[in-house]
Ligand binder design. Structure first.
Ligand code: ADP
Ligand code: ADP
Length: 231
């Protein structure tokens, strides 16, 4: 079945007595190997959807299945385990630990999974080589450009072989050359069969994906295929 299945997904925020329905019945299926962009204006529900897909928050109504598991009945510890095993996160602000080398940052998800040190080292090195940073293993984030830092973050997202990569505005803080580096990396990962979900408000970025899901007022407004070759 699909990697991601949302059925009638609803999310209501409550602030005191005030309720706000940020997701109002979303149906979405994403299969293994798809490269999907989720687009929408500010306030449309993208962050809410990202938090749900990333198991950082849970639905109020409806169902979310990730890699066959029903996320709905899980406790916080199980959700943390799913985040660590099934999802590789890439954020706008990189979220690297500044005191650690690129190599140690990439190794971290494997540390949480109790992978032995020799294997961690080998896999982190391979992931950094894959993003073109095999010569920057020992550098800390502050010694790298923004584009290089985001490539370290992509290596960290990849190292655990997750079911999907979930990227939230990954090029939002990058210049156009670095944006191209990161999007080129996503093209490669897609070609290698990775599942990628990219949240963005930029059409030029979204058009690099093969499918664009547009969200508006907590509903899916359109779901279209693209050529994936936009400049
Ligand atoms: P986007 O990422 O597309 O800007 P969000 O998912 O952040 O949209 O927000 C969707 C709607 O839900 C907005 O109207 C926002 O104000 C509201 N919202 C988001 N988070 C909360 C929250 N924690 N409490 C109350 N309302 C929220
Ligand atoms: P963006 O539009 O960049 O996605 P937002 O400004 O909508 O981000 O939201 C930033 C954070 O604040 C999110 O974690 C969101 O859930 C929360 N948030 C957004 N709107 C509200 C709100 N009305 N009340 C409480 N929290 C909110």
């Amino acid at each position: 079945g699909p990697v991601i299945e949302l059925h009638a997904a609803g999310k209501t925020y409550r602030t005191g007595t005030v309720e706000f329905e940020a997701l109002r019945g979303v149906d979405l299926a994403i299969h293994q190997g798809e490269y999907v962009a989720i687009m929408g204006p500010s306030g449309s529900g993208k962050s809410t959807l990202m938090n749900i897909l990333g198991c950082l928050d849970v639905l109020t109504t409806g169902q979310y299945r990730l890699a066959g598991d029903d996320v709905g009945d899980l406790d916080e510890e199980d959700l943390a385990a799913i985040r660590n095993h099934q999802i590789g996160f890439v954020f706008q602000q990189f979220h690297l630990l500044p005191s650690l080398s690129a190599w140690r940052n990439v190794e971290l998800p494997l540390t949480y999974r109790r992978v032995a040190p020799d294997e961690r080292r080998a896999r982190a090195t391979a992931a950094l080589e894959r993003v073109g940073l095999g010569d920057r293993l020992a550098n800390r984030p502050g010694e790298l450009s923004g584009g290089q830092q985001q490539r370290v973050a992509v290596a960290r997202a990849l190292v655990g072989e997750p079911a999907m990569i979930l990227a939230d505005e990954p090029t939002g803080n990058l210049d156009s050359a670095s944006t191209e580096d990161v999007l080129g990396l996503f093209d490669d990962l897609h070609a290698q069969g990775r599942t990628i979900v990219l949240i963005t408000h930029e059409l030029e970025v979204a058009e690099r994906a093969r499918r664009i899901v547009r969200v508006r007022d907590g509903l899916i407004q359109s779901d279209t295929l693209t050529s994936g070759v936009a400049a």
